[in-house]
Design a protein around this ligand. Structure first.
Ligand code: NDP
Length: 244
């Protein structure tokens, strides 16, 4: 890849299953990748080491996306070295309970991580990205926002808000060479889904009879982050083995 096409990318939740695959793929595509973690700083550092060994450009960064001040300070340090042109808002949690038994804390933690996290990370990066007249914002949503899922009213609301924000922000920045899309995975084989879906359930729910791989989600994100995808914006793109 020529140096003119190298972009600086930030992947939130890069220490997790899907995020790590996205980081590695973007680095393989030649980008300089900030691998973000919250508590998993050691995991992010190990992923960075692996990426550097493979010849990529990467560094680790950690902050809680729900903490506006900490996020702002961390992003200022990143922006001192130049704009971020590829942003993958991938940090997310679920905390499931049927709605009558859901606590206020469960509701807010899940919503705050996805929705406040989206604002806290994306907003400070916008003006520097706009000035470059090229950008890619990719938000990790979920099939749950599209179909609903029992026990995940909070998670569905969080990811649904992300889908709606994706479409509106895409309209605001379309004329500046910036695309904004969401990817909506079904069941992907990561620690997050392991405790939730057993083999029998996956066989019943997924027409392809298997969980997706983090690398398959990373391939879709890498496409959306590429020059080739310059006319794809304001979309929520499913990747779910045929679940819907
Ligand atoms: P993981 O649990 O493996 O990773 C979650 C990531 O989010 C971790 O890097 C974690 O950081 C980060 N994170 C969580 N809370 C915060 C916070 N407050 N501030 C900053 N970072 C935070 O999950 P997956 O890789 O499976 O999921 C990645 C994304 O994909 C999520 O948004 C999830 O909702 C979505 N998704 C996953 C599916 C699946 O089947 N796995 C299906 C559909 C969507 P750390 O560990 O460092 O604290």
């Amino acid at each position: 890849m020529s140096t003119s096409t190298i972009k600086r990318a930030l992947v939130t939740g890069g220490s997790g299953g899907i995020g790590a695959a996205i980081c590695k793929r973007l680095a393989r595509d030649g980008h300089h990748v900030y691998v973000h973690a919250n508590r998993g700083v050691d995991a992010a550092s190990a992923i960075v080491s692996e990426m550097l060994t493979a010849g990529g450009r990467a560094e680790a960064v950690s902050f809680d996306v729900t903490d506006a001040g900490a996020t702002q300070r961390a992003l200022e340090a990143i922006l001192n070295d130049g704009p971020i042109q590829i942003l993958v808002n991938n940090a997310g949690i679920h905390d499931d309970a049927v709605f009558p038994g859901m606590s206020s804390d469960q509701w807010h933690r899940v919503i705050d991580t996805s929705v406040d996290g989206f604002f806290n990370v994306t907003q400070p990066l916008m003006m520097p990205m706009i000035r470059t007249r090229w950008g890619r914002i990719i938000n990790t949503s979920s099939i749950t926002a599209l179909t609903g899922n029992r026990g995940q009213v909070n998670y569905a609301a969080a990811k649904g808000a992300l889908n709606a924000a994706t479409k509106s922000l895409a309209l605001e920045v379309a004329s500046r060479g910036i695309t904004v899309n969401a990817v909506a995975p079904g069941i992907i084989a990561t620690p997050m889904s392991k405790g939730v879906f057993d083999e029998e359930t996956i066989g019943r729910l997924v027409p392809m009879k298997r969980a997706g791989l983090p690398e398959e989600v990373a391939g879709l994100v890498a496409y959306l982050a590429s020059d080739e995808a310059g006319y794809v914006t304001a979309q929520v793109i499913s990747i779910n083995g045929g679940m819907i």
